[in-house]
Design a protein around this ligand. Structure first.
Ligand code: HEM
Length: 158
């Protein structure tokens, strides 16, 4: 982690970081957007996973459900990433020392890598995998995204 210290120090000292720290309102307002977008992201992921497991919208092809949910997913993820970076910059040195933050970033990297490669490939084809594979793929997705959320919750606690 030491080699990242200059980046954390720089984030902590930007105009953005100082502006957010200088107000009692900015942090909670940005965090509200962070969490609202998170509910949209989790909602979209959950619907797609339930469809993968053949529990909802069985008459619609997975591919169609995935493409209908895609803008919700991308926009909510974009809002989370931008608001997350803003929250982070305002307390970058706290994050540097935070194990939950490190875990959260690892989960985030793994969740995004998984989602935009293996998971996307499966949800973008017309041939559905066997039920046991669908459930496994859905479970991995839920565990990875949940890991990000729990890591985020842990930053304020631990
Ligand atoms: C899908 C991605 C993400 C999810 C699911 C997520 C989830 C969460 C959750 C659940 C919280 C806790 C709110 C609370 O305790 O009330 C949180 C807070 C926070 N998140 Fe995220 N987050 C994501 C992305 C990011 C990114 C990319 C960053 C920074 C680069 C970030 C930085 C933060 C910070 C600094 C906090 C405030 C922690 C505190 O002091 O309480 N998040 N996030």
């Amino acid at each position: 982690m030491h080699y990242l210290l200059p980046f954390f120090k720089w984030s902590d000292s930007t105009w953005l970081a100082e502006t957010i720290r200088g107000s009692r309102l900015y942090f909670p307002i940005i965090e509200t957007f962070h969490l609202l977008a998170l509910t949209l992201l989790f909602g979209a992921i959950l619907m797609l996973n339930l469809r993968l497991c053949r529990l909802v919208m069985k008459d619609l092809p997975v591919r169609q459900v995935a493409s209908d949910l895609s803008p919700w997913l991308s926009w909510s993820l974009a809002i989370i990433l931008v608001s997350g970076f803003m929250l982070f910059s305002s307390e970058a040195m706290k994050c540097y020392a935070s194990v939950p933050f490190q875990a959260k970033m690892l989960f985030l990297f793994a969740a995004m890598a998984y989602h935009f490669t293996i998971y996307r490939k499966v949800t973008n084809t017309d041939r559905e995998p066997k039920p046991v594979w669908s459930v496994a793929l859905a479970l991995i997705s839920v565990v990875l995204w949940l890991g990000v959320g729990l890591g985020g919750r842990g930053i304020g606690f631990l």
